[in-house]
Design a protein around this ligand. Structure first.
Ligand code: SF4
Length: 702
């Protein structure tokens, strides 16, 4: 081997080896960690973390480290496809982009002409970079039914932020004395793990509340493990203890808080007499947590996914804990993080909301808007979990066609019902990276690109912006989602000259009030823009919050003004389960926790990650396993009133006694198939992924 051959084999960049390092963004999730892509002959041969990236600083999680396998995964869709077999069968033939565009334009146009524009839903799935384009397209087409997977992801938390504080917030962990980690497990992500380990090293106190005994629980000063779905009762009990003991900031409350007395009354119902029976956590342990909070203020709190009927209110109540201890908008507490673009905070504001709102049809209400009026009040989009009701039952009216970008029916509770809905549509087109089980249901499949094959606008904390150049050519004939939206707007002759003008002019239109344009942030690295204004503690409170009262609303004035919605203006606990089911289904099923080697189902069939993640299993507590005669490794059936799945049992104290956990990301054990779809948070329409009743039994030998 020559010296050059040795260097090439070791993937050392240089003119002699023909290997070049190009900076880009990890394609797997929307955190946008910086990568160095080693490119040779137009192909990425290696990926590593980029140390100069302002947000990730060289760190990559296990999923990002394996991103090369994701980009080149064998089931990438490389050309536009037309279905030639039955829906779901997976038989397609290659067509041209022209034919794909023409078919989509004709089919959507025909549904609009016959049933009205609301019969078409335009849907955005997995990642978020193109959502402004997709939403604007839907509204310009004339349908109010723009929908996203955020209908069961984090929007309920953002809604809670908007309701209580007027905007999104984030924790100032670096300066906090105590951190309340709610359903909090940074051990799956090195960026977050580094932050919490640094916090602990500096003497910060960590309280973890989680129905699962995770690695993070093991490093907590106090760990509380409630029955899944009952955590709101614990937050209210904490508030009650803090109030009763005078461990609150009365002056701050008098000045900046609206609805304290109503909230105090709601919280007063949860204490020594009932909290252990409700939540499974001892009053004394909750009291100890409150003592620790009081002794180490200021307190920062993470945002969390409360996927159960009390999810919105649990998030509201956590913000209330921050408010009554005087920790909102102060150093070491919670800081305001208004959205700059889509759901990203940037310390300045683009005109992305205005861009969509100016085209929004005001009637009819989007699907789900009548059943979940608070959702509709804040979000102005369809509640996606209601789509099957619309397709299958015509409620509140019929959906006949869907144009999807990364739609995945497996994210729906009772997923087979959504699959059935896709099968009933007059027309379904889906754009995706891979020929997924959902894409196999489509009439037309469009090939998407990953981040390394496209450019799009990225926002990072501290006012950093970036429009990275593609580092390789798109694979096959794949295209960017934004390009497809702009092309379709042109081909369908939509009354939208901005969208029809193309990607960069559209971005520049959204940035028009700011000092920079796309070209100014198109260099090799993220750029700090002059519009960024760092957070000044107490500024938001002093200037008045963007809530109707201008204050922190512990009682929602929006809900107070709409008694017809039947919602409670303060966060009050409702039973997490249907007790009638308890005898038949004695255990609680928790789905939705994240495996560190997966990002939802995105790395399914990825050889490294599948090997590292291992076989999907149901985690069951040793006491429950012993009672049921189940041993580690046994095949078991997990059953709910919605259905049954079979998988391997893993006997572990990760699960609380009385509950079982199943990761939600593997088609070999599709846990969402057995989550009933009718039990939903009345404030947001979110499904109860984390609190359905189930039973477990040994499966018959195969
Ligand atoms: S998958 Fe991991 S490395 Fe990639 S962007 Fe997300 S957090 Fe960062």
């Amino acid at each position: 081997m020559t010296e050059t051959e040795k260097r090439a084999a070791a993937k050392i960049p240089g003119e002699d080896t023909g290997i070049e390092i190009k900076k880009s963004v990890c394609p797997v999730c929307d955190r946008g960690c910086g990568i160095n892509a080693y490119v040779k002959d137009g192909k990425i041969i290696k990926i590593e973390g980029c140390e100069t990236h302002p947000a990730s600083k060289g760190l990559l999680c296990p999923r990002g480290i394996s991103a090369r396998g994701y980009i080149y995964k064998k089931d990438r869709v490389l050309y536009p496809l037309k279905r030639v077999g039955e829906r779901g069968e997976g038989k397609f033939e290659r067509i041209s982009w022209d034919e794909a565009y023409r078919t989509i334009a004709e089919k959507l146009g025909a549904v609009k002409a016959q049933y009205g524009p609301q019969a078409v839903t335009v849907y955005s799935g997995h990642t978020k970079w193109y959502r402004t384009f997709v939403q604007r397209f839907a509204f310009s087409f004339g349908t109010p039914n723009y929908a996203t997977e955020s209908s069961c992801c984090f929007t309920h938390g953002y809604m809670a932020g908007k309701s209580v504080l007027g905007f999104n917030v984030g924790p100032d962990m670096k300066n906090a004395g105590v951190f309340l980690g709610w359903s909090y497990c940074p051990h799956r992500d090195p960026r977050d793990l580094k932050a919490v380990l640094g916090f602990k090293k500096n003497g910060g106190k960590l309280i973890v509340v989680d129905c699962r005994r995770t690695q993070t629980a093991e490093i907590a000063d106090i760990f509380l493990q409630p029955v899944p779905g009952t955590d709101l009762a614990i937050i209210l009990c904490m508030a009650n203890i803090l109030i009763e003991n005078g461990w609150i900031d009365k002056e701050y409350i008098d000045k900046y808080v609206y609805g304290f007395d109503k909230f105090k009354e709601a919280a007063s119902k949860y204490g020594k007499d009932n909290i252990e029976a409700l939540s499974g956590v001892k009053y004394e342990d909750i009291f100890r947590a409150c003592e620790l909070i009081h002794g180490h203020l200021p307190m920062a709190i993470n945002k969390f996914n409360g996927h159960h009927v009390n999810g919105f209110n649990a998030n509201r109540a956590l913000y209330a804990l921050s408010a009554i201890t005087g920790c909102y908008d102060v150093k070491g507490g919670q800081s305001p993080k208004p959205f700059a673009f889509q759901h990203m905070g940037g310390g300045f504001k683009t005109l992305d909301r205005e861009f969509c709102e100016e085209k929004r049809p005001l009637s009819p209400l989007p699907v789900g808007g009548d059943r979940f009026p608070l959702w509709n009040w804040y979000e102005h989009e369809a509640q996606a979990i209601s789509i099957p009701d619309s397709v299958l039952d015509g409620q509140p009216y019929e959906t006949r066609a869907i144009l999807g970008f990364g739609l995945n029916y497996r994210m729906w509770p009772d997923s087979q019902r959504m699959k059935k809905a896709l099968g009933k549509l007059d027309f379904f087109a889906d754009m995706d990276l891979f020929l997924t089980d959902t894409a196999k249901m489509a009439d037309i499949v469009l090939p998407a690109v990953t981040t390394v094959e496209r450019s799009d606008l990225k926002f990072y904390p501290g006012g950093y912006m970036w429009y990275p150049a593609p580092v390789i050519e798109p694979l096959g004939e794949s295209r960017s989602d934004e390009q497809v939206v702009c092309d379709l707007a042109e081909i369908m002759d939509l009354d939208d000259p901005v969208l029809r003008s193309g990607i960069v002019p559209t971005y520049d239109h959204i940035l028009r009030d700011l000092s920079f344009r796309v070209r100014d942030v198109s260099g090799p690295e993220p750029v700090k823009v002059a519009d960024f204004k760092p957070w000044q503690p107490m500024q938001a409170l002093t200037e008045g919050l963007p809530t109707p009262t201008g204050k922190i609303e512990l009682s929602s004035s929006v809900i107070e003004e709409h008694p017809e919605w039947g919602l409670c203006s303060v966060p009050d606990y409702m039973p997490a389960f249907d007790e009638k089911e308890a005898a038949e289904y004695p255990l609680v099923l928790v789905a939705g926790a994240r495996n560190k080697n997966r990002f939802h189902s995105r790395l399914t069939n990825h050889p490294w990650e599948t090997a590292a993640a291992g076989e999907i299993d149901v985690q069951i507590h040793p006491d429950d396993a012993a009672e049921l005669g189940i041993k580690d490794g046994d095949r078991v059936a997990v059953e709910t009133r919605a259905g049954s799945i079979e998988l391997k049992a893993s006997v572990t104290e990760v699960s609380r006694k009385g509950s079982v956990n199943i990761y939600h990301d593997d088609p070999s054990a599709p846990v969402n198939d057995i989550i009933p779809s009718d039990r939903r948070d009345p404030y947001t329409g979110f499904p109860a992924f984390k609190s359905s009743r189930c039973r477990v039994r040994k499966a018959a030998a195969r």
